[in-house]
Design a protein around this ligand. Structure first.
Ligand SMILES: C[S@@+](CC[C@H](N)C(=O)[O-])C[C@H]1O[C@@H](n2cnc3c(N)ncnc32)[C@H](O)[C@@H]1O
Length: 312
């Protein structure tokens, strides 16, 4: 299944999300039902999903219920929740050290150190959401590296995890979830998509750039497969963080790219090495947008496989 990602959404949804973003809040009433994956299904998925094997299922479910059972007794199933707490719960946190119940962090905190390929990265706390400046025609908001990080970000560092509701790719509940209609879906692995339409963190505000400075990749952290954004090059404090959405996104949404590789709105070019179906198709000069193969095929369950060369 081709992973997709786009983020339109109505203004109301965006506003609500912005208000809540980064915190664990009650689900809107219409989501407090078994609208999506129910608990038995979730259990079944956990059983069948080897990537979660390092975790003791009972403990995980207990934890899950403790923090994410709503007033009606339904466990919020698919999960922001899972993305928030699974795997991060046993990890050292940059704010509260090894105390996952610390007053600052708590279980909903994303400011946690995590391990990726033997290196430590920091989730969150690095970036902030800002309204895009008027001269950029990119609508809405974008994600920027915080100004108070004079050292900036080094190539290879992770800036955060893509968080949202986990939606199974197939199964009996498939007809019950609305991810198919969502424009906020990233693929995580063979089992789930991550839908940040209603729930997520600031990474949902990462805009596209044809020469992106981040790549989204699927990595295993603490036994849990996640989608994380990694810096392709050194990034200066205050710089906007961008990722290549891939051509599918623009084909699907019919949107044009306003990034500054071209002075005019353009259709993003394919990554280097990709067969071009129709060379006459409108491209306004971005014929070198090959430094960051952030196409979705790059971060399937097999992990990133594209050209990771630094960006200029
Ligand atoms: C993931 S959201 C990014 C955050 C978005 N700016 C917001 O405020 O919600 C993706 C949407 O942002 C806009 N966008 C992101 N990058 C863009 C780009 N390079 N050119 C034009 N629009 C872009 C498009 O409307 C797209 O559907």
């Amino acid at each position: 299944m081709a992973p997709t990602c786009s983020f339109p959404g109505d203004e109301q949804t965006r506003a609500r999300f912005r208000n809540n973003f980064g915190t664990v809040v009650a689900l809107p009433a219409w989501r407090t039902s078994e609208y999506r994956v129910n608990k038995p299904t979730w259990r079944k998925m956990l059983r069948e999903n080897p990537m979660r094997a390092p975790y003791h299922e009972a403990a995980r479910l207990q934890h899950f219920q403790r923090y994410f059972t709503n007033a009606n007794g339904y466990t919020r199933p698919q999960v922001l929740n899972a993305v928030l707490d699974y795997g991060t719960e046993q990890m050292e946190c940059v704010v509260c050290g090894r105390n996952p119940e610390g007053p600052i962090c708590g279980q909903a905190c994303l400011n946690r150190w995590y391990e990726a390929d033997g290196a430590m990265g920091r989730l969150q706390n690095l970036c902030e959401v800002r309204t895009m400046p008027p001269e950029s025609r990119i609508p809405g908001q974008g994600l920027f590296l915080r100004e108070h990080l004079p050292e900036g970000l080094s190539a290879g560092q992770h800036v955060g995890e893509y968080v949202g509701e986990l939606v199974p790719l197939e199964g009996p509940d498939d007809a019950l979830n609305d991810a198919a209609d969502s424009n906020y879906v990233y693929n995580c692995n063979d089992h789930f998509n991550i839908d940040a339409e209603k729930w997520g963190n600031e990474t949902r505000f990462i805009n596209h750039h044809c020469r992106a400075n981040l790549v989204a990749e699927s990595i295993v952290v603490g036994g849990r497969r996640i989608v994380a954004f990694r810096a392709l090059r050194d990034i200066a404090a205050g710089e906007e963080l961008t990722v290549d959405y891939g051509q599918d996104f623009f084909q699907k949404t019919g949107e044009l790219c306003f990034c500054n590789v071209s002075p005019v709105p353009h259709v993003p070019t394919p990554p280097a090495g990709t067969p071009t179906p129709d060379p006459s198709e409108g491209d306004d000069g971005d014929d070198e947008a090959d430094g960051s193969d952030g196409s979705y095929s790059s971060w399937t369950d097999q992990g990133f496989s594209g050209d990771e060369a630094g960006q200029s």
